[in-house]
Design a protein around this ligand. Structure first.
Ligand code: TRP
Length: 325
């Protein structure tokens, strides 16, 4: 099976990105053919700084590598390096109804958030995402819940294309890992962990140990004193149990048992040390990778070449079917 996914390079990644996406990718690459890219073209749809874009792309690639995504096992590349993404985007946009795009939840949210910059790219970007995906004919797409609607649109574009022009595309399915890896803010466990949160609510992938300790100890807990998973009554503790269970690779029940007669503070101390220990290796690898720019460029060049071979072969089929050759 072929698996494909990407992350937009919009700055610092956090443990939510890691537990919800990259950690699963690392496991998937052992069994499947994987394609992972950095969605730099998507980063242009919301306000960004051109001076920082290359640095953000680099940091995202370094995060992939530090997390254990292997350039030997997986194809790793930057979206804009493979021109076929933009080309297929245009062709697919001619069969995608505008109405469907304006109904996308993320579009509505972002256009509310960036009222003064509702550019056409923001509206059209789900078509680019469909191109990102369909070019490689993947079977499964590991994405968070917020991307399911875009994946549904991708499937409907694939179906429409195949019906209209003849079969080229595979309709990919969403892949969700066994554990519902939706990591919430430490300060507001009803909200997804995000960079735009206040600094206290999220833990960056490469955060220093002291700062991790402070944030975990300050995390919001719930009334009562039991370490029990209960999303509606104990969202704070449940979120921390999820984080614990994913980093420890143990079930929630096992963790509950381990902390049966312990209090919140003991649980939090143990969680902080677990996070620090789990991220230590990533922090060390990042420091090393930061000094190896040539090596990283080489990985990205090779990745783009491997991606191009697949992308160009799909584009040949698409051009023929659409009457462009
Ligand atoms: N839109 C995704 C996000 O914001 C990133 C993305 C772009 C993506 N293209 C993709 C994810 C293709 C999966 C497949 O998180």
């Amino acid at each position: 099976m072929r698996i494909l996914s990407g992350i937009r390079p919009s700055g610092e990644l956090h443990i939510g990105n890691y537990l919800g996406a990259m950690k699963n990718w690392v496991e998937l690459q052992e069994e499947q053919e994987c394609v992972f890219f950095v969605a730099d073209l998507q980063a242009l749809t919301t306000p960004y700084s051109p001076q920082n874009l290359q640095k953000n792309i680099f940091e995202t690639v370094i995060a992939y590598l530090a997390a254990g995504i292997s350039p030997e096992k997986s194809i790793i590349f930057v979206q804009s390096h493979v021109k076929e993404h933009s080309e297929l985007f245009w062709l697919l946009s001619t069969i995608c109804p505008v109405g469907e795009l304006s109904r996308m939840t993320q579009y509505k949210e972002k256009s509310r958030q960036f009222k003064r910059n509702i550019n056409a790219g923001l509206l059209n970007y789900p078509v680019l995402q469909a191109a990102d995906i369909l070019l490689y004919k993947p079977d499964l797409i590991p994405v968070g819940k917020d991307q399911l609607q875009h994946l549904e649109l991708t499937r409907s574009i694939a179906k429409k294309f195949n019906q209209k022009f003849g079969k080229v595309f595979v309709e990919p399915k969403p892949y969700s890992p066994k554990t519902g890896a939706r990591i919430m803010s430490l300060q507001n466990p009803k909200k997804k962990m995000s960079k735009s949160d206040d600094q206290q609510g999220y833990i960056a992938l490469f955060e220093e140990p002291d700062s991790i300790r402070k944030k975990v100890m300050a995390a919001v807990t719930d009334t009562g004193k039991e370490i029990k998973y209960n999303l509606s009554k104990k969202p704070g503790v449940s979120n921390m149990l999820t984080i614990y269970s994913l980093f420890a690779n143990k079930s929630i029940e096992e963790i509950e048992k381990k902390f049966q007669n312990k209090n919140y503070s003991e649980f939090k101390k143990s969680l902080a040390e677990l996070i620090i220990g789990s991220l230590e290796d990533l922090r060390r690898k990042r420091k090393e990778l930061l000094t190896r720019e040539v090596y990283i460029r080489d990985i990205l060049n090779k990745g783009a070449k491997r991606a191009e071979i697949i992308a160009q072969s799909t584009m040949d089929e698409v051009r023929k079917k659409m009457g462009l050759v």
